[in-house]
Ligand binder design. Structure first.
Ligand SMILES: Cc1cc2nc3c(=O)[nH]c(=O)nc-3n(C[C@H](O)[C@H](O)[C@H](O)COP(=O)(O)OP(=O)(O)OC[C@H]3O[C@@H](n4cnc5c(N)ncnc54)[C@H](O)[C@@H]3O)c2cc1C
Length: 456
């Protein structure tokens, strides 16, 4: 089995803030994780690919960060049911590379394929099909969870259901997910039939979402969050469905399931602070909005440009310089969405803290996880560089979101305060009941859990 490698290293999330020095352990096999938990009296936390933005995958102070990336074996696949069983450290990219050419796709995917299965389940990630299918937990048939007593518990929507609901969306705080059985989606081609529409303002964007969503599995909008006045909320909406062979050009039809992942280049250094300021970002957003001349455009595009445009530039997070950035993502109930989003956009604009094009999406009802993020309404995600005034802005935004009955997504967060968090996550007490039963000594914790006061 071999002893896991141990070292001390600086770790951060995708936003590069905060950074903590942490003792890291990298087990090679499941038995290695098991012996760590069995012999462990120190706090610990599983870490996947570190694609959460803030401090959810960080452990500050005393404790071991368990790096899961060596546990990346695919174990079995049933082509009748489409269920893939794999270790939790497998990345979504690896699944795509093996399964797209065989006619299978992920049932739910985030905006990057560089996340692990364990990380995806731990935040019950949502994708552009949330309004139709909900989060990834709806396709998780089973998980193997290593709990604080050193035992492996099988959890599913039928077996140990309460623990399943506390683990999907539980941010690694119920134990270490070692294995996941995930139902994949059959596809006929490796292409997406895409329709892009331009919206002149927020009202227009909402109307277009409502009109076109019933016809498409996927939908999302890139919104220019610096456009103000009568243009506030102007956006590009993108709808998509998996293309059938009939949608393809004769060239594409020669190899309908051919999948060549995009990877152009990595950003080799940090950009100097200040390159992204209100003026450069405003100019970029304007150009981006003007790029598509036609109001309504159709195309058949590959999986990567549709789902993962940002993955084409490796390490794009370095664009924000050494200080890093924060992604603010909130969801507001449907009835609060229009006024609430306008209020949020105005607050961001007033702060002068520039943000690139932001992402707007309509969500379906909450999922089964006790700390589920989604709710029926609109979610807005925007990146903000870490500069003076950021914390004040975020605290104002959090207050606005809470007042309107919405939530902030913990996978992106580094600044939420305990009282606001409790207000936003009303099932916390129910979740804590499971935590007290399964991990009474609070062995599994994180910098985020400590900041938010999450303990049994
Ligand atoms: C460009 C980009 C786009 C994104 N788009 C979306 C999106 O559209 N929708 C969405 O929902 N999210 C999105 N995310 C966020 C991302 O999907 C989540 O943060 C996800 O949890 C990251 O997975 P990871 O493997 O990197 O996990 P990490 O960031 O390493 O960890 C995240 C959490 O999972 C826990 N964890 C990881 N592995 C395990 C394990 N084996 N057992 C138990 N707990 C574990 C960690 O303790 C931590 O709490 C995006 C992130 C990026 C960078």
């Amino acid at each position: 089995m071999g002893s896991p490698v141990v070292d001390c290293r600086l770790l951060s999330g995708w936003g590069r803030y905060p950074t903590v020095e942490s003792r890291s352990v990298r087990p090679e096999k499941r038995e290695g994780v098991q012996s760590l938990v069995e012999g462990g009296s120190r706090p610990m936390l599983a870490r996947g690919a570190g694609r959460s933005y803030g401090d959810a995958a960080l452990l500050n102070g005393d404790g071991d960060t368990v790096l899961m990336d060596r546990l990346n074996r695919m174990l079995s696949f049933d082509s009748d049911t489409g269920v893939l069983r794999a270790e939790a450290g497998v990345r979504l990219r690896e699944i795509l590379e093996v399964f797209v050419p065989r006619g299978w796709f992920l049932p739910v995917t985030p905006g990057t394929k560089e996340v692990t299965l364990g990380g995806a389940v731990a935040f019950d990630i949502h994708g552009k099909n949330h309004h139709r299918d909900g989060g990834i937990s709806n396709f998780v048939r089973e998980i193997e969870l290593l709990t604080a007593d050193g035992k492996t518990v099988t959890c599913s929507p039928e077996q140990n259901k309460k623990l399943f609901c506390a683990t999907v969306s539980g941010a690694g705080l119920t134990g270490i997910i070692t294995e996941v059985a995930l139902e994949l989606r059959p596809i006929e081609t490796a292409y997406v039939a895409e329709r892009t529409l331009k919206a002149d303002d927020l009202g227009d964007a909402f109307a277009l979402f409502e009109e076109h969503e019933p016809n498409y599995l996927y939908s999302v909008a890139w919104i220019d969050c610096l456009a103000s006045g009568s243009s506030m909320g102007r956006s590009h909406l993108m709808f998509g469905r998996h293309a059938t062979p009939d949608d393809l050009t004769s060239k594409q039809r020669q190899d309908p399931l051919g999948y060549e992942p995009d990877h152009l280049a990595s950003l080799p250094f940090d950009l100097p602070e200040g390159v992204l300021n209100e003026h450069t970002v405003k100019a970029f957003n304007k150009l981006y909005y003007a790029r598509q001349r036609k109001r309504d455009k159709r195309a058949v595009v590959g999986i990567d440009p549709f789902f993962y445009p940002l993955d084409a530039i490796g390490d794009w997070n370095r664009m924000y310089g050494e200080s890093g950035f924060v992604q603010f993502q909130c969801v507001l109930p449907m009835e609060e969405s229009y006024d609430g989003l306008k209020e949020i956009l105005a607050e961001v604009q007033e702060s002068g803290l520039a943000s690139f094009l932001a992402v707007l999406k309509r969500m379906g009802p909450p999922d089964g996880g006790l700390l589920t993020f989604p709710m029926r309404g609109y979610t807005l995600a925007l990146d903000i560089p870490r500069r003076e005034g950021l914390e004040d802005l975020l605290l104002d935004l959090h207050e606005t979101v809470a007042r309107r009955g919405g939530r902030v997504y913990l996978a992106k967060d580094a600044y939420l305060r305990p009282d606001t968090f409790r207000e936003m996550y009303p099932a916390l007490e129910e979740w804590l009941e499971v935590k007290r039963r399964i991990d009474p000594e609070n062995q599994f914790t994180s910098a985020q859990a400590r900041r938010l006061g999450i303990e049994p």
